[in-house]
Design a protein around this ligand. Structure first.
Ligand SMILES: [Zn+2]
Length: 132
């Protein structure tokens, strides 16, 4: 996992270069809240790996003149990136499909989450924090 995280973090940071804002979901609270005790071993390994990846991206991004932030993951897969309508039924988790009950916009649910993270990153930058 450490080798994979090194490769992924290196690829991400070198692909986007300096002055990039990387936006990740802060998954620490989510996993504690949603995963069952039976999955405890899995939870530990998964969250450890994610934590390590985050640390590696942070470190490498800083060296490259970029920055990383972790945002609240709430509703990133349920909220429509076009009309902002928020509803659990927008997302079919099993089919990995998103369909907005308000405007009809459809896409893959991970893509929807990425679009919402992009919006959160833009909002973060708009608040006046530069990433120099
Ligand atoms: Zn919509």
């Amino acid at each position: 996992m450490t080798d994979v995280n090194h490769a992924v973090s290196k690829a991400l940071v070198s692909r986007y270069g300096a002055n990039t804002l990387f936006v990740l979901e802060d998954l620490t609270g989510v996993r504690n809240a949603t995963e069952k005790v039976k999955l405890k071993d899995r939870y530990v390994s998964v969250s450890w790996a994610f934590h390590q990846l985050r640390k590696m991206v942070e470190y490498k991004a800083q060296l490259a003149g970029s920055r990383i932030i972790a945002v609240d993951p709430k509703y990133t897969s349920q909220q429509c990136p076009l009309c902002n309508h928020k509803e659990k039924a927008n997302r079919d988790k099993k089919k990995h499909h998103f369909c907005c009950r308000n405007c009809g916009y459809q896409s893959n649910d991970d893509r929807i989450a990425a679009m919402n993270l992009l919006a959160k990153g833009k909002a973060y930058l708009k608040e006046g924090t530069s990433i120099a």
